[in-house]
Design a protein around this ligand. Structure first.
Ligand SMILES: Cc1cc2nc3c(=O)[nH]c(=O)nc-3n(C[C@H](O)[C@H](O)[C@H](O)COP(=O)(O)O)c2cc1C
Length: 202
C-alpha cells in the first residue's frame, strides 16, 4: 500500500494536452468527484461545488476563459470547482444545517456564536478557495489512482468563468478548474526539491 501510494503521487503530473477523442467513463468521473466530496473542510462546511463540463462547445468556451490553454479544450471533462461564499454567511440556512450536523444539540448555539466572530474576522473568499484546493488535490490523486490524467488550471479569467457559468459573484468564486482525461504526451521527469531542503525537524 505504501509503495502503491507513493507511485501514485509520483505518477500524477500536470497533463498539458489530452487525447481529445478518448472519453472518460461516467463511473470514473464520479469516482474522482467523490474523492472531492470526501475531502476535509473547516467546520465541516464543505465549501465547494463542482460544475462538470463535457460538451465540446462549453469546453471550448472555457478554454477561451483559460487563456486558450490546450489542455482545457482537449480534456474529456472539466470540473470547475467553485468556492461557496453566500452559503458561508452566518445567517444562511446552509450554514445552520451543516453546523447543526457538526455541533449537534446544545453545542450548536455556542458554535454559531463562535462562527459569527470567526467569519467577521476572516477573508472568507480566500478561506473558501484554499479548501477547494484540498478537494482538488484529492481528486487529482484519485484520478491518477485509476489511470486518469489531470491538470489543475488556475490560469483563468475569473470574470469570464463567472459569465460563462452565469454565477453571481456574491454566491460563488471560481477556485480552480480540473481538466481530466487521457494525456496525449508522456509524463516529464518529476522535478522536486529534496526533502532536506523543505523539512526542518525541531
Ligand atoms: C493552483 C494550481 C494552479 C495551476 N494552474 C495551472 C495552469 O493554469 N496551467 C497549467 O498548465 N498548469 C497549472 N498547474 C500545474 C502546475 O504547473 C504543475 O503542477 C507544476 O508545474 C508541477 O508539475 P507536476 O504537477 O507535473 O508535478 C497548476 C497547479 C496548481 C496547484
Amino acid at each position: 500500500m505504501k509503495q502503491q501510494l507513493h507511485d501514485i503521487f509520483r505518477r500524477r503530473h500536470a497533463c498539458h494536452l489530452f487525447m481529445a477523442d478518448r472519453a472518460l467513463a461516467r463511473e470514473d468521473l464520479e469516482f474522482v468527484l467523490d474523492a472531492g466530496r470526501l475531502s476535509p473542510s473547516s467546520f465541516g462546511l464543505e465549501p465547494w461545488k463542482f460544475i462538470v463540463l463535457t460538451s465540446p462547445k462549453l469546453k471550448l468556451a472555457m478554454q477561451a476563459a483559460c487563456f486558450q490553454q490546450p489542455q482545457v479544450g482537449t480534456a474529456s471533462a472539466l470540473v470547475v470547482i467553485l468556492a461557496k461564499l453566500a452559503e458561508l454567511e452566518p445567517d444562511s440556512d446552509y450554514l445552520r444545517r451543516l453546523m447543526a450536523r457538526e455541533y449537534p444539540g446544545d453545542a450548536l448555539e455556542p458554535a454559531l456564536t463562535n462562527y459569527r466572530a470567526f467569519h467577521a474576522g476572516t477573508d472568507v473568499k480566500a478561506w473558501s478557495i484554499t479548501q477547494c484546493h484540498i478537494a482538488a488535490a484529492n481528486m487529482m490523486i484519485a484520478a491518477t489512482g485509476i489511470g486518469v490524467d489531470s491538470c489543475a488550471i488556475g490560469g483563468f479569467d475569473a470574470g469570464q468563468v463567472r459569465a460563462l457559468l452565469k454565477l453571481a459573484p456574491q454566491s460563488y468564486e471560481p477556485a480552480l478548474i480540473l481538466a481530466l482525461g487521457y494525456c496525449a504526451q508522456a509524463a516529464p521527469e518529476k522535478q522536486r526539491l529534496p526533502l532536506e531542503e523543505l523539512v526542518e525537524y525541531r
